[in-house]
Ligand binder design. Structure first.
Ligand code: HEC
Ligand code: HEC
Ligand code: HEC
Ligand code: HEC
Length: 178
């Protein structure tokens, strides 16, 4: 190719101009209008999210209709745990006035799986001071039961030490005496 040195510079400069120009054009086309109004994100996203229908109702939204579960749950060590964590969202179940759909209720082995999502010693990242954890099958072996036992056969799911405390009261056992 017999291109002169100058000509090569011109082609190079032209190439850079075309790339920069198309880059700017694409940026103008692809960046949403409200980008950067509040910060490096789309400002419209805030309005869009506040318009989404509410899915979760918090525990107090369950209490009015489920007075028995509410009473048990409030007194136990699970009182800070969300009903909806274990049962699914409020919006699938009620419109606030009546029941409109069925929520899942775990049974048998699925209950154990649910409990171990928070209480498994294998979860090393969890502070043991906040949530006490158990090792399986060691926990069941120490209680001298078959390994097929599920957690709710001894622990009330809504107040996990309810029966265990009651058993201690009946037998007169205390932490010290054990
Ligand atoms: C740690 C998980 C967990 C939390 C938190 C929890 N539940 Fe449950 N719930 C269960 C499980 C598991 C069952 C079924 C097993 C059982 O009853 O022993 C159940 C059973 C129920 C049932 C009876 C369902 C049936 O058809 O027998 C109702 C109603 C209920 N829960 C409502 C609530 C409400 C209301 C809250 C909050 C105040 C709540 N639950 C908090 C796990 C949980
Ligand atoms: C407007 C009343 C009402 C509200 C509010 C309500 N429930 Fe219920 N729920 C019912 C009725 C009625 C039933 C069926 C009869 C029963 O089991 O007591 C039911 C049943 C359930 C069941 C058993 C499975 C099923 O769907 O039949 C679970 C679990 C449950 N509710 C959890 C919850 C949780 C968690 C909340 C809060 C997010 C909640 N409920 C809020 C009325 C309500
Ligand atoms: C979402 C996480 C979560 C799930 C799921 C859960 N728990 Fe808990 N559990 C907790 C927390 C948090 C505490 C401790 C509350 C405190 O000490 O204030 C607790 C406390 C307990 C305790 C008392 C421990 C102590 O401090 O002596 C027992 C027993 C227990 N849970 C058993 C269960 C069983 C059985 C299940 C399944 C039905 C279950 N947990 C499901 C979070 C969970
Ligand atoms: C055979 C009955 C039985 C079964 C089944 C059982 N537990 Fe327990 N669990 C107990 C007793 C009793 C204690 C109290 C032990 C103590 O205070 O020394 C306890 C204590 C706990 C504690 C508190 C531990 C601590 O360090 O204080 C947790 C968490 C717990 N259980 C979770 C579970 C989970 C999760 C399951 C299911 C995988 C389960 N348990 C199944 C009887 C049982």
């Amino acid at each position: 190719m017999g291109l002169s040195y100058k000509m090569r510079l011109v082609i190079l400069a032209l190439g850079i101009c075309i790339m920069a120009g198309s880059g700017l054009l694409l940026k103008g086309l692809l960046v949403p209008d409200s980008f950067g109004v509040y910060g490096p994100y789309r400002a419209d996203a805030i309005a869009e999210n506040t318009e989404l229908p509410i899915r979760h109702g918090t525990n107090s939204s369950c209490y009015a209709c489920h007075t028995y579960e509410a009473k048990v749950h409030k007194t136990g060590l699970h009182s800070t745990i969300s009903c909806e964590f274990c049962h699914g969202p409020w919006a699938d179940h009620t419109d606030g006035k009546k029941k409109i759909g069925t929520l899942p209720v775990k049974t048998n082995q699925d209950i154990t799986t649910l409990c171990l999502r928070c209480h498994n010693t294998e979860i090393k990242a969890r502070s043991q001071q906040v949530i006490k954890t158990v090792a399986m099958p060691g926990h069941l072996e120490s209680q001298k039961v078959k390994l097929t036992h599920n957690c709710n056969q001894c622990h009330h799911v809504h107040a996990p030490l309810k029966y265990i405390k009651r058993a201690r009261q009946i037998t007169g056992l205390t932490e010290e005496k054990i």
